[in-house]
Design a protein around this ligand. Structure first.
Ligand code: GDP
Length: 138
């Protein structure tokens, strides 16, 4: 069993997509092992996206990610990192495959509704950024 971090970004929450995103996870055999809603400060968003701090869009991205509430979840399942990335679709909604979350609901490369860890190491860091062991359902 593998775990990954998913975030329904401020655009997804604001547009009423929490239920739809969770439905897609659950109907694809993914289990939710932890979940909460919160609003990050700018500094917390900068810490989360620290790997991107040299990118030109870092300030805009971290402003967006701290602009409203998000839903953070630990997803669990076989090969769930890749499975979640497939359900999400490519970063840019215009490039994302048909039937993916980002293709169906994303409005621009930044406001693309969901985040998902891209590798086991980043998943471990990202899960630990938001959840402690008591918040994780066995
Ligand atoms: P992801 O793993 O598919 O989320 O993509 P990345 O790790 O490359 O980028 C992280 C997040 O930064 C993306 O989900 C977007 O919200 C945002 N982002 C990526 N590329 C761009 C860009 O060129 N411009 C802007 N404004 N945001 C971007």
């Amino acid at each position: 069993m593998e775990r990954t971090l998913s975030i329904i970004k401020p655009d997804g929450v604001a547009r009423g997509l929490i239920g739809e995103v969770i439905r897609r996870f659950e109907s694809n055999g993914i289990r939710i092992a932890a979940m909460k809603m919160l609003q990050m400060t700018k500094a917390q968003a900068e810490g989360f996206y620290a790997v991107h701090r040299e990118r030109p869009f870092f300030d805009s991205l971290t402003r967006f990610m701290s602009s409203g509430p998000v839903v953070v979840m630990v997803l669990e399942g076989e090969n769930v990192i890749e499975k979640n990335r497939t359900l999400m679709g490519a970063t840019d909604p215009r490039q994302a495959a048909e039937g993916t979350i980002r293709r169906d609901f994303g409005t621009e490369i930044e406001k693309n509704v969901v985040h998902g860890s891209d590798a086991p190491e980043t998943a471990a860091f990202e899960i630990g950024y938001f959840f402690n062991r008591f918040e994780m359902m066995a």
